[in-house]
Design a protein around this ligand. Structure first.
Ligand code: RFL
Length: 431
């Protein structure tokens, strides 16, 4: 919420050039970019450090994203420890069909669990680059983001008192359940939503993966997926009715459905293990457009959600963060506002492309179980085409790996000094 007249009971308001909401992949990457350029910022996070460093979520990273992290000095551990995926496998009609994308393109995916990346980014920002980060803050509120003197207030966990922080910019990286999105959508932006009408039971199991790559089981009984996370832990998905109760899925039912839907001749049996996480995701997407207004810039899940169908959410969050971090640095160190002016449009080109890919892939995953013989037939036609036509395979792989070069300059900003401070007001009006 934007309150025009905050009434904090903090005795001494603070000041930082940038307040970043959220210590997820997006917020921490923006914050690290700022600290690398000696720009001060404050990261506010509602959860504890331990919680965000252990929250299991994504694991598949595109090569261009890893290169982006590497260029910013943020990929040391990742490059040492991440797995490399060079293929994925579709299982349908009782057979396994391997798509060896590295052979086609020379490119691969990295597999690095999100909690490890978040741990690395926090350590680099707070412990190495000396950035300020406050965990477990409550009741975060944004103020005056339409003006050039915005501020953020929050309730301090230690004292229970509201504190006020003045700033030049707010980076809203507070995820799908944060507060910054509603500030934009209340007056400045529209939100486009898509509901797939499908649930996925998301599972983490204490077991090694049963194949060296991602498995997609396209089965009349429903989609099933296997995503390796580490030698000890594997993520699985099972299509289920939206809103289903995870308690409807006891251990035996989970493993027998996974075995049934991922069955393929000549493949090793699934290795069963203890289920560490079991939750139902109602598959939906949204996009906030534009992603910025005034002095508030959204990044990551705060601005757009892609259901984990194509493993794109964390990748998009990091693409946004690269653009936003570089744009803020260019403005705050050299008065160049071109990156900020073009930020939303630059992000949204990729966001919409990935949304379209998720939809396409959802049709493939869920067509066979739709109960509609027409959809089932076209799904199988798409799948067969992937393995019969090199052109179809290349088009799929380009989107799957995020390697298309038509999104523009990944740095997103002109060299510092090529723009002018005077343009920020035009940019604000134009968004
Ligand atoms: P995050 O990671 O949610 O971080 C936002 C942070 O903000 C905090 N917060 C606040 N902080 C301050 N003030 C407030 N008012 C706040 N409200 C909330 C939150 O506690 C949190 O720490 O968002 P970010 O940085 O945009 O990153 C997005 C990614 O986390 C997300 O897109 C991915 O996890 C999505 N995703 C996947 N993405 C991939 O690219 N590849 C994958 O393989 C993949 N698998 C997945 C996924 C998401 C999943 N879930 C959550 C549905 C698998 C699953 C199961």
């Amino acid at each position: 919420m934007t309150h025009t007249s905050p009434q904090p009971d903090s005795p001494a308001p603070e000041r930082f050039p940038v307040v970043v909401l959220g210590a997820g992949p997006a917020g921490l990457t923006v914050a690290n970019a700022l600290r690398a350029a000696s720009v001060d910022c404050l990261v506010l996070e509602t959860e504890s450090r331990q919680f965000v460093e252990q929250r299991p979520r994504a694991g598949v990273l595109e090569e261009p994203v890893v290169r982006g992290l590497e260029r910013r000095g943020l990929a040391g551990n990742l490059l040492r420890r991440a797995g490399r995926h060079t293929a994925c496998e579709f299982r349908f009609d009782g057979a396994a069909h391997r798509l060896a994308y590295a052979d086609l393109t020379g490119r691969h995916h990295f597999v690095y669990p999100q909690p490890l990346l978040v741990t690395d980014l926090i350590r680099e920002y707070a412990d190495v680059r000396g950035g300020t980060l406050r965990f477990e803050v409550r009741d975060v509120a944004l103020h005056d983001t339409d003006t050039d003197h915005p501020s953020v207030s929050y309730v301090c966990p230690e004292t229970g008192r509201r504190r006020l922080v003045h700033c030049d910019f707010v980076a809203g990286c507070d995820g799908a359940r944060g507060v910054s999105r509603s500030v934009l959508t209340a007056r400045h932006a529209r939100i486009a939503r898509h509901d797939y009408g499908i649930g996925w039971l998301a599972l983490l199991a204490e077991t090694p993966p049963s194949a060296d790559c991602v498995l997609f089981g396209v089965h009349p009984g429903g989609f099933a997926g296997q995503m390796p996370r580490s030698p000890e832990v594997t993520r699985f998905y099972l299509q289920c009715p939206p809103g289903d109760d995870p308690e409807n899925w006891p251990h035996e039912r989970v493993w027998s459905e996974l075995r049934r839907r991922l069955a393929a001749a000549g493949t090793p049996p699934l290795a069963e293990g203890k289920l560490l996480e079991k939750r139902v995701l109602d598959m939906h997407d949204y996009v906030v457009e534009p992603m910025a207004a005034g002095r508030l810039f959204l990044a990551g899940d705060a601005a757009h959600l892609t259901a984990p169908i194509a493993a794109k959410g964390m990748n998009l969050a990091l693409h946004d963060a690269f653009l936003l971090g570089d744009a803020l640095v260019a403005y705050l160190t050299a008065g160049d506002d071109s990156g900020l002016a073009g930020y939303s449009a630059a992000c949204l080109r990729r966001v919409w492309d990935y949304q379209e890919f998720s939809q396409w892939l959802s049709d493939v995953y869920h067509g066979a179980s739709s109960g509609d013989p027409y959809r089932a037939g076209t799904t199988l036609a798409r799948l067969r085409r992937l393995f019969a036509s090199p052109a179809a395979a290349s088009a799929f792989v380009e989107q799957y790996l995020g390697t298309a070069d038509h999104y523009g300059d990944p740095a997103g900003v002109r060299p510092a000094g090529s723009g002018g401070r005077a343009r920020l007001s035009r940019a604000r009006a134009g968004r």
